[in-house]
Design a protein around this ligand. Structure first.
Ligand SMILES: [Ca+2]
Ligand SMILES: [Ca+2]
Length: 384
């Protein structure tokens, strides 16, 4: 601002938007899929509200999924098989905060996942701090994956001695590891020997923390010594994952570099965790999430045509009932769902009462009864 800045004008702007300076974005978004099905898999999305909001907006892959009351901190989405980016923002008045975000893979999870990049894209990868992308310098087929498709990887621009930068690509498809599991892939690692590294990491807590399982640099193989990637320089790697047996894991590739001297970077192809003949584990509950009795709000809400209610049972139950009431407390419909196994379940209401008549628009209540315990959710219903 120059010497002639009119401070009165700035004061006026501040007065018109008094809330904006104190309005903080939500944080800590965490999405956890049930991995129960490849269609309509329940995804439990939770976040922390950092300010009071009039409403919160939830996005999936940049499209608005739901506008919720300002105190909401949880939502159950139902998503078909795929990798999704969830974002949440807070709204007060006409001001919407920045968005907090997180990724989750919805759909059934097995003991095997792979990518040969022959789609020409890397749709199941989440990248950070770099321009990871597909490249025609492939071990086989037409495409592979690299941190630096345009050439040399990045160092710390103007960085001091000892500074580090990371180029990270995380494979968004989780895998439940049976005994004897391996990560196999082909690679070229053209990084400065002893200073820049191609580091493979595994997370057993859905990306919260990562453990290194291998690191390479251009000194790891004579074919990489010239620092220039060409397809004849691909070498096969097979990494033991037995440390993580019985766990649900994600893998990622992290190229770490310092401030001086960069080469062609990291090229990977034909990635697979186990082969397609591996034997899946029967059931491993997601880590850090013991089962409890839960009943989620309907989705979509308001409902139109149908609405899904998710619930979770901590143990086998013979008596499970869902009933729908109108606002006056009259029972419209009652269904016996038991016996049911522990875990996540979904009940879909088609907007009809027990006699098959379509209900009118309004507010309804769904009551889940498990033995002597009862949980209630409210459902707004639109006319068809
Ligand atoms: Ca390929
Ligand atoms: Ca370097």
């Amino acid at each position: 601002m120059g010497a002639n800045t009119d401070w009165g004008e700035y004061d006026l702007l501040a007065f018109e938007n008094p809330a904006s300076s104190s309005l903080q974005a939500p944080s800590g978004l965490r999405a956890t899929a049930g991995h129960q099905s490849d269609s309509g898999d329940p995804v439990d999305v939770q976040w922390l509200n950092s300010s009071p909001y009039d409403s919160v907006k939830l996005y999936r892959d940049s499209t608005l999924l739901a506008t919720l009351v300002g105190s909401s901190s949880r939502y159950t989405d139902y998503a078909d098989r795929g990798l999704y980016r969830y974002e949440i923002s807070g709204v007060r008045g006409i001001t919407e905060t920045a968005r907090a975000s997180g990724f989750e893979f919805a759909g059934l999870v097995g003991c095997h996942a792979e990518d040969d990049f022959e789609s020409g894209a890397a749709a199941y990868w989440v990248t950070d701090g770099s321009s990871w992308g597909t490249t025609p310098v492939a071990a086989s087929g037409a495409w592979a994956f690299t941190d630096s498709p345009a050439g040399t990887y990045q160092g710390c621009a103007g960085g001091a001695s000892g500074c580090k930068v990371n180029a990270i690509a995380s494979f968004g498809v989780p895998v439940r590891l049976p005994p004897g599991s391996h990560l196999d892939y082909d690679q070229i690692c053209d990084t400065e020997q002893g200073f820049d590294f191609c580091i493979v990491e595994v997370s057993a807590d859905r990306g919260g923390t990562w453990a290194e399982i291998a690191r390479f640099d251009m000194g790891s193989d004579p074919a990489w010594a010239n620092g220039v990637a060409d397809p004849t320089a691909y070498r096969h790697a097979s990494l033991d994952l037995s440390t993580f047996v019985n766990k649900l894991v994600l893998i990622r590739f992290r190229l770490e570099s310092d401030e001086l001297i960069q080469y062609d970077g990291w090229y990977v192809d034909n990635i697979h965790i186990n082969d397609a003949n591996c034997t899946s584990l029967v059931s491993v509950p997601p880590p850090g999430r013991p089962l409890s009795l839960r009943f989620s709000p309907p989705s979509p809400n308001p409902g139109l045509g149908s609405a899904r209610f998710g619930f979770e049972l901590p143990q086998h139950e013979n008596q499970v009932e869902i009933a729908v009431y109108d606002a006056s407390g009259r029972v419209l419909r009652r269904e016996q769902l038991g016996p049911l196994e522990p875990g996540d379940h979904v009940w879909t209401w088609n907007g009809r009462d027990g006699a098959g008549r379509t209900v009118g628009p309004g507010v309804y209540f769904a009551r889940l009864r498990v033995g002597a315990r009862m949980l209630i959710q409210k459902a707004a219903w639109l006319a068809r």
